[in-house]
Design a protein. Structure first.
Lengths: 153, 135
């Protein structure tokens, strides 16, 4: 899938990746507690944090931009509660791949969401760990543009 | 059925290559690798294209970007490997073959030995003759 030409879209995933690398330092991955929304306030609204510590994955943070685009704040909800084919659901769809690869992975695609909007999106998910071994969380981010009217979502 | 492709960015850290991140987009991966290279955050960076054919279930990989430092690291590593292979493949040292003595020199040595024995015998007979008083 070809990457969007929108520089804002490119910047978000790469800037998030940079932030994650800074947090990691010499470690393989940072801890959930290291993630500081204030320190990345310009990106925080586009971010989500998943908690994998207990049972089914839950959403610890659902950025304000996502809440608006999704139509509801899903903070605290189970990951499985996300409506299929929404941007939020597509953004976390490859969670198993992150758990397998243990490194940041980014995907993008053109798609139709349940609201009939044609979107061009890109998302990234990056592993978090308390002990450097077991992945206990995910820092993710995504955004999109509406293809029809070229408006940023 | 399609061929799946992902692009892995590898960075050289603490003397070894590590997977840094995975991209589905070639241009984005190359852009990020170039940015990492220019930032000098890591010693070296490279991008590996991983392909997987769903129909044949066969995959492959190839390097599509290599920073200058990565090339140097690979060259040093390759040279070291070549040197090790050369050492492993070299035949064991052998002793130089002994030169055979020629027949002429063997004859000369034989003659000298016979002459020494003959002269020694004559001297011995003369000595015994003197002891017996020439009887």
């Amino acid at each position: 899938m070809s990457e969007s030409e929108d520089p804002r879209e490119r910047r978000l995933v790469l800037r998030l990746l940079d932030y994650w690398r800074d947090l990691s330092g010499e470690r393989d991955m940072p801890a959930i507690a290291d993630v500081d929304g204030v320190a990345m306030s310009d990106m925080w609204d586009y971010c989500f944090v998943l908690d994998l510590r207990d049972g089914a994955p839950r959403i610890l943070h659902f950025g304000a931009w996502h809440a608006e685009f999704y139509g509801k704040d899903m903070t605290g909800a189970a990951l499985s509660d996300l409506t299929k084919d929404t941007l939020a659901e597509r953004s976390v769809r490859y969670l198993d791949e992150i758990l397998r690869r243990r490194v940041p992975v980014t995907y993008g695609a053109a798609a139709n969401d349940p609201g009939g909007r044609h979107i061009l999106y890109r998302s990234i998910m990056m592993p978090l760990s308390e002990d450097g071994t077991r992945i206990t969380g995910i820092l993710g981010g995504s955004n999109c543009k509406l293809v029809d009217d070229q408006a940023d979502g | 059925m399609a061929t799946l492709k992902v692009f892995e960015i590898h960075t050289f850290r603490n003397g070894t290559w590590k997977i840094d991140s995975v991209f589905d987009d070639r241009d984005l991966a190359l852009m990020e690798a170039d940015r990492i290279d220019r930032s000098r955050r890591y010693s070296a960076v490279r991008v590996i294209e991983e392909t997987f054919d769903e129909e044949t279930e066969k995959g492959g990989s190839r390097t599509i970007f290599r920073s200058t430092k990565a090339e140097r690291i690979n060259a040093v590593s390759k040279a070291r490997q070549t040197q090790l292979l050369k050492v492993a493949a070299a035949p064991p040292p052998t002793k130089p073959p002994k030169r055979k003595k020629s027949i002429t020199s063997q004859l000369i040595i034989g003659c000298v030995v016979l002459a020494v024995i003959a002269i020694g015998g004559i001297v011995l007979l003369e000595f015994l003759n003197n002891l017996t008083g020439g009887r």
